[in-house]
Design a protein around this ligand. Structure first.
Ligand code: SF4
Length: 440
């Protein structure tokens, strides 16, 4: 694959500044003063748009305002978010098709691509009407597939957002009548953008908004010549976002390892027995959260149903049934987990004591009245555990056993130390006894 040099972006697309619908200005370096983003919606539920408007790192507003140092502002042409309407809204799309935009552009597709190019007439998804010439008007809707065909070859990059656009997703599931497919399937295996970049895929149903805006920033840095092209994997996914499984970073992974599993929704343990596919699904929602590092499937109690994967949804159906592959691993973790859980609890109990409580033989709190004395076996285990722990280093437990006890520990039980406190009377009590609190 021949990637054109980033410095060439200005030469390829020109550097004329055009008035766009966004772009409030900001610090800029490199050849470009603005980059247009043409957002197309195929067979879509608009969930990707909603996810992206929730992005925070960076936010859509940061991109539009050119608030990211060194990057040109983004001029976003979005069928839902743009303020312009009618022919004003469609004009820049036509300019891009006809090579008259005067600035580089990125095509973003949300939703899958229907197979309507083969229909003698009609469409599944359309935007604008009357063809692609600047002046033409008409009633015949422009199919989104036509826009894609026209815009993709001249784009600096084509980005598929969400699982419908990246892999076909739900509209491409068994039984669909639209023949839906992904952007990659539609454009074909030889497609590369004007800068030599194959389709970039940011999957998820809906995707993590920050995953998308982060990729846009990476691509803009490349276009501006201040960064390398971000690393994508063999399926065009940002490799730093999709190389790990959900399971490896899951907040419930500790339960899996200890062999403790949720039996029904609402339970706090690992969700594999209620249908979680996390161990085999590539997605970073467990690290990144859904919005602003909060939420996400397993955090909110939902098992992973594989929505970022090319095989979604049919290869992960039926949802909420335990994946067959989990039977062996969860049985194994149940077996060894039962042992290790107990051993860990013993260590946890022992280390839940301050050393001075160990020396005093009691915990100075009313809560601990029923605190049990550790069993002989626990004490022995603890002894050998600490031997191993401090092997080859300073035995801090032994040093701590030799520390003197703090003398004022349990002060209220010590008549001598508690006496000055007992003599103190609050002002109300002094007044009741006839003394003025300020008098000596
Ligand atoms: Fe793994 Fe899913 Fe269990 Fe999390 S809930 S630990 S991802 S199997």
């Amino acid at each position: 694959m021949e990637l054109q040099k980033a410095e060439a972006a200005g030469a390829v697309f020109g550097t004329d500044r055009r008035k766009g619908l966004g772009g409030l200005g900001g610090t800029q370096e490199g050849p470009l003063t603005e980059v247009h983003v043409f957002w197309l919606a195929g067979m879509s539920c608009d969930g990707c748009s909603i996810a992206v408007t929730g992005a925070t790192n960076p936010s859509v507003e940061d991109l539009l305002a050119g608030a990211i140092p060194g990057l040109p502002p983004v001029v976003l042409h979005h069928p839902v978010l743009s303020v312009g309407a009618g022919s004003d809204f469609i004009a820049p799309f036509k300019d891009a098709v006809n090579g008259e935009l005067g600035a580089p552009y990125v095509v973003v597709l949300e939703g899958s691509v229907p197979d309507d190019q083969v229909l003698p007439e009609g469409y599944f998804s359309a935007m604008g009407a009357g063809g692609f010439e600047a002046e033409t008007q008409g009633d015949e809707p422009n199919r989104v597939t036509d826009w894609l065909k026209q815009l993709a070859p001249g784009a600096a990059a084509c980005v598929a957002i969400g699982t419908c656009a990246t892999w076909g997703g739900i509209p491409a599931a068994a039984g669909n009548i639209t023949g839906s497919m992904s952007m990659m399937d539609f454009l074909g295996k030889d497609y590369v953008s004007a800068l030599g970049v194959p389709v970039v895929n940011v999957p998820g149903c809906s995707p993590v908004g920050d995953n998308f805006t982060e990729v846009v920033v990476g691509v803009l840095m490349f276009l501006q010549g201040i960064g390398p092209l971000p690393e994508f994997d063999e399926l065009g996914r940002p490799s730093w976002q999709f190389s790990e499984t959900v399971h490896r970073h899951c907040v419930r992974a500790g339960y899996y390892e200890e062999g403790v599993f949720a039996e029904e929704f609402g339970d706090k343990e690992c969700l594999v027995h209620v249908g979680c596919w996390g161990p085999v699904v590539q997605c970073n929602i467990t690290e990144r959260g859904a919005i602003n590092h909060m939420g996400g499937c397993m955090v909110a109690g939902g098992p992973c149903i594989g929505c970022t994967m090319p095989g979604f949804p049919d290869k992960f159906a039926p949802f909420y049934k335990a994946p067959p592959g989990s039977a062996a691993s969860s049985a194994a973790s149940r077996t060894y987990g039962a042992v290790f859980r107990r051993l860990r609890r013993m260590t946890m109990r022992a280390d839940n004591f301050e050393p001075i409580w160990d020396r005093a033989g009691e915990v100075p709190t009313a809560y601990a009245r029923r605190q049990r004395e550790p069993s002989t076996s626990s004490k022995m285990m603890g002894f050998f555990y600490k031997k191993l722990q401090y092997q080859g280093t300073v035995d801090q437990a032994k040093r701590n056993r030799e520390q003197p006890q703090p003398r004022s520990m349990g002060i209220l039980d010590q008549a001598e130390l508690a006496a000055p406190l007992a003599r103190y009377k609050p002002p109300d009590a002094q007044e009741a006894e006839g003394a003025h609190p300020e008098e000596p």
